[in-house]
Design a protein around this ligand. Structure first.
Ligand SMILES: [Zn+2]
Length: 261
């Protein structure tokens, strides 16, 4: 971790676990970068024309956002057209779901598993942590230049890479197992608070594991960086009783929600 981590007051604790994090950029900076990158992604990638499913992504997202405790986020939920089974959330609450992941989701609750997981990566600032770890102090100045001067060659895709978005932008930094478990545990509680049946989380991951095992395609975040879907499914099953208690006391419960297909 080192002293550099404290230069900008960068040592923070992760939500839930209290784990120490190295964060060189202030959150406001990450949010500005996320906003800028998201605008660009929406210009480059086709948006789904399916109104029902786009509305579903928006509905699930809005319910998750309502219990996410991030009043400084400007949420945006989009369904993009791509066969790649992927999803991501950039800092500031910019969420994209690729429609290639919907068959695995099966229902609104399955979609809530995916979206709550990605939103948790953003809330826990895992991407900010990865940028800080991989790029060091120089990245701070580069990032500041970037935000004030628009795009710069050196930082093109920095946020995308750190948050698992848009594979064509070169290196995707894999989330560590620690980040994955945090996002899983935060995610299952988030979906329960939003009113979706959390028992879908371990089921989703075992379905996803089967697809990952039979696929030769390795997109970012959802296949290559989620290595042991069986184990995570087991971990989530262990976290289920607690999440279910949250779910049972949530005033508005939607169960599995609407079916996708
Ligand atoms: Zn993840």
């Amino acid at each position: 971790m080192g002293i550099a981590g404290c230069l900008l007051g960068g040592c923070k604790s992760a939500p839930m676990t209290g784990r120490k994090q190295l964060l060189l950029l202030p959150e406001s900076q990450e949010i500005a970068m996320g906003q800028q990158e998201f605008g660009q992604i929406l210009q480059e990638e086709p948006i789904s024309q399916d109104q029902r499913l786009s509305a579903m992504v928006h509905r699930v997202g809005t319910r998750l956002a309502a219990v996410a405790g991030k009043p400084n986020y400007q949420w945006d939920f989009r369904l993009l057209q791509s066969e790649t089974p992927n999803a991501f959330c950039l800092p500031g609450g910019k969420v994209a779901v690729y429609d290639g992941i919907l068959p695995v989701c099966q229902t609104e609750a399955g979609l809530a598993v995916v979206m709550s997981h990605e939103i948790s990566h953003a809330i826990a600032r895992h991407g900010g942590e990865r940028m800080s770890q991989k790029m060091g102090v120089n990245a701070v100045q580069t990032a500041l230049d970037y935000t004030f001067s628009g795009t710069s060659g050196a930082t093109q895709g920095l946020v995308r890479s750190a948050y698992g978005a848009a594979s064509q932008y070169g290196v995707i930094l894999p989330y560590s197992r620690k980040h994955e478990s945090e996002a899983d545990l935060m995610g299952i509680q988030l979906m329960a608070r939003a009113g979706y049946d959390p028992s879908e989380a371990p089921r989703f991951w075992s379905r996803f594991g089967q697809i990952a095992a039979s696929s030769s395609q390795k997109p970012p975040e959802w296949l290559s960086t989620h290595p042991s879907d069986q184990r995570r499914s087991t971990d989530l099953a262990a976290a289920l009783p607690n999440a279910d208690m949250i779910y049972q006391t949530t005033p508005a419960r939607y169960g599995m929600g609407e079916a996708i297909l």
